[in-house]
Ligand binder design. Structure first.
Ligand code: GLA
Length: 742
């Protein structure tokens, strides 16, 4: 790792373990150009030529006649607006004359150890030994605008964190109308893009397509990172796969409206920009005020998607998630949502808790329906008082009884919302977002609280804290069940209304920060109608996020594969539920549901009192498997062996410990195939000089079954493959455990 200023070449050099990033300063003009991002360079001699600045007729120093041609082809480090570059700008500023041109040029720089936090925003972090930061100060003297472009590198991970801070250093007000977090220009070697798309209950399905001339983007205006698009894009050389080829990843540490766009221009260069969606965004900067963009993570791999995945997993585990649970076993929870929906009382919950405790389940989570008059989803959001008609004896008593069974207790909140049918709404109708003169848009019967307002946040936090202090509550599920509409706040003047979307997100972050500061030992799980706000921003506050409301094991193969392409398995909320599955009506073996949930945080979401004796026995088996392997799943390296999304037939992935001593292979056959041979799949991440014993995990007993004679060398497993024996039946899975033989 290291950042250096190479004075002779006028280059900034940023190194991560396997990558180099170069930025050039064009002296006379102070233009900042992107020189290189890719494989680590041992020597950068001659790299400045990549800027092409001496190519006639585009050299501004010697030929000002064709300045626009230069502007429109130079590889900018952070693109300007309205001065001759016709590709996507990174920033647009309206000044008091109503003009919008911006041109930022180099003024100075600073290289320092460590990484400063971003005020009010989630961001990666690392100590002075682990990270280094370059801050390049640029200015537009006409506007009186300063921009500090910030780049941090990590000693242990191939990632670069970028963000920009704007300061109004002039005497007049300015309005930022676009303030993206990064821009990356390079020649297009013929790239494909991978993006993740979906909907409620089918989040993050992967799509790959060639990037052609013009613009290709993913974005959202839903106010949350959304089920529909994910704040991520990978650009890959066209043949790249899990193990080979070049991959550039862009992942935003942000939970609101975003834009990530790739554009190929007339000279076949590609420009990627990423940041807050400029649509419906503006931010007023009075003289002396500043604006901080969210952070974007850039990652480059010369060894395919798998290496990108492992870089991101390491980055998020070591430099983003802060929870005390990060490296700890998560309690095996049972959530009552799919078991009871709104129809529960303390007796039903206790019956579930008793049966669960007997099976070894460690925490009861009481979901939606415990507060105010909440008997269905049409009322009571905002009334965060326990409904003592439903929970007779109150929350304290219920929690004591659950604790007495040896179980922890967790609770659900949806703090950002308000029902029209609620005491809160009757008292404060103006606390809901609203555009004057328009009927508000209901969604799931609810409105959105204006949490850009301090007093609204204070009230909700006060109510939540009162509940959480009233009993021994060790887990909170923080839900958010609708997209933002009606963007109007009575607290903002007209020329600041464009700040509302972002102020809302800042409000969410501030509330979550207050929650985890008040309750530092709390296990927080974020959720948004399933996985509608599953992003690195939320991971800064909660070590796990509910991945999808679709708990069907087969649907989850796809959702979890793409989620695990970016996030460690320890972040992926996954539960075993009943069949027929409540979302798709599919029947899958209990065993398979267990394996799929084991590849996440692992828990249950069913009425355990209604399970057959056979399934109950399987619960005990699954629990012992979880106890045995939770460390490996949480901390291990992840390798994708086969993709059900691609092959439409089976799913397979592997987890290895860092010492290459043990490994798990998860294999699911979706549909059975007649008259076929066994499958042979090449494993990854093993020690080729070692010999491994292959054991099958028996979910019924939770024990390991030794298959006779299955001692196989690491080299055979990795270069020849592991034989996965045939079995009949649909939706069937196997879990294999490999350990180094003595
Ligand atoms: C959302 C969540 C579910 C459940 C319900 C409760 O849909 O994703 O898990 O909590 O809300 O209303």
């Amino acid at each position: 790792m290291g950042i250096t200023w190479q004075e002779g070449q006028r280059l900034f050099r940023l190194d991560t373990p396997n990558t180099t990033y170069l930025i050039g300063v064009v002296d006379k003009e102070g233009f900042l150009g992107h020189v290189y991002y890719g494989r680590r360079l041992e020597d950068t001699a001659g790299a400045e030529e990549l800027l092409r600045i001496l190519e006639a007729p585009f050299t501004p120093e010697s030929n000002d006649r064709e300045r626009a041609s230069f502007m429109d082809s130079f590889p900018w480090e952070y693109s300007a607006h309205g001065v001759g570059d016709f590709r996507e700008s990174s920033v647009r500023v309206r000044d008091r004359n109503g003009c919008s041109a911006v041109m930022l040029t180099y003024v100075s720089h600073e290289i320092r150890s460590g990484k400063p936090p971003l005020k009010g925003l989630p961001a990666t972090f690392g100590g002075e030994e682990q990270t280094q930061t370059l801050e390049i100060t640029c200015e537009d003297r006409v506007l009186g605008l300063r921009a500090i472009l910030s780049y941090s590198v990590f000693r242990d991970t191939d990632a670069i964190a970028r963000s920009v801070r704007f300061e109004n250093i002039g005497g007049s007000e300015l309005w930022l109308e676009k303030a993206l977090s990064c821009c990356l220009d390079m020649d297009d070697p013929g790239l494909d893009a991978i993006t993740l798309h979906g909907s409620w209950a089918r989040e993050r399905h992967m799509e790959r397509k060639p990037v052609g001339h013009g613009k290709f983007s993913v974005s959202t205006l839903r106010g949350a990172s959304s089920h529909q698009e994910h704040p991520f894009m990978a650009l890959l050389t066209s043949g790249a796969n899990q193990d080979q080829g070049e991959v550039y990843g862009f992942h935003l540490v942000y939970s609101g409206n975003f834009l990530i766009q790739a554009e190929v221009n007339q000279f076949d260069s590609v420009r990627v920009v990423a940041g807050i969606n400029p649509e419906d965004f503006s931010w007023k900067l009075e003289p002396g005020e500043a604006f901080q963009t969210p952070e974007v993570i850039l990652t480059y791999s010369a060894q395919g998607l798998g290496a990108m995945t492992r870089s991101l997993h390491d980055l998020y585990r070591n430099h983003l998630i802060r929870s005390p649970y990060l490296h700890k076993k998560r309690p095996i929870l049972i959530n009552n949502w799919e078991a009871t929906y709104f129809d529960f009382d303390e007796k039903k919950l206790l019956a579930i808790a008793q049966e669960s405790a007997a099976l070894g389940i460690e925490m009861l989570v009481m979901d939606d329906g415990w507060f105010g008059g909440r008997c269905d989803d049409s009322r009571a959001l905002g009334d965060w008082q326990v409904n003592e008609e439903k929970l007779k004896g109150g929350l304290g008593k219920l929690v004591e009884q659950v604790n007495a069974l040896g179980m922890k207790f967790g609770i659900w909140f949806e703090p950002e919302m308000i029902s029209e049918e609620s005491e809160l709404y009757r008292a404060h109708p103006d606390w809901a977002l609203e555009v004057p003169g328009r009927t508000r848009t209901r969604s799931r019967n609810q409105y959105i609280l204006d949490i850009s307002r301090r007093e609204v946040r204070d009230h909700i936090m006060e109510r939540m804290f009162a509940v959480l202090h009233s009993a021994n509550i060790e887990y909170v599920k923080w839900d958010m069940n609708r997209s933002l509409t009606d963007l109007g706040s009575v607290a903002l003047p007209p020329d600041r209304m464009g700040e509302l979307y972002h102020r809302y997100v800042l409000g969410v972050y501030e509330m979550q920060e207050r929650l985890i500061s008040e309750f530092p030992d709390l296990l927080l799980e974020n959720c948004s109608g399933g996985g509608g706000r599953f992003d690195p921003g939320m991971l800064y506050y909660s070590p796990q996020i509910w991945c999808s409301d679709d708990t069907d094991a087969i649907e989850r193969l796809t959702i979890q594969e793409s989620t695990a392409m970016l996030y460690p398995l320890s972040a992926i909320g996954a539960h075993v539920s009943v069949c027929p599955n409540h979302t798709v009506g599919r029947n899958t073996p209990f065993e398979t549901r267990g394996y799929v949930a084991l590849a996440g945080t692992f828990g249950y979401e069913l009425d355990v009192t209604k399970l057959s004796a056979e399934d109950r026995a399987l619960v005990s088996g699954q629990i012992s498997v979880y106890h045995r392997f939770h460390d490996l799943v949480r901390e291990g390296d992840y390798f994708r062996l086969a993709s059900y999304q691609e092959n439409k037939s089976f799913d397979c992935f592997q987890i290895c410990d860092r010492e290459k001593e043990k490994s798990l292979v998860f294999y699911t056959q979706v549909l059975s195939r007649p008259n076929r041979r066994s499958r042979i799949l090449r494993l990854k991440g093993l020690d080729e000089r070692a010999v491994y014993r292959i054991l099958t995990v028996d979910m019924n007993s939770g024990t390991l079954t030794e298959d006779t004679g299955r001692l196989v060398s690491g080299a055979v497993l990795m270069w020849g493959g592991m034989r996965l024996e045939n079995f009949t039946g649909d939706f069937r899975s196997r879990l294999y455990y490999l350990e180094k033989a003595e």
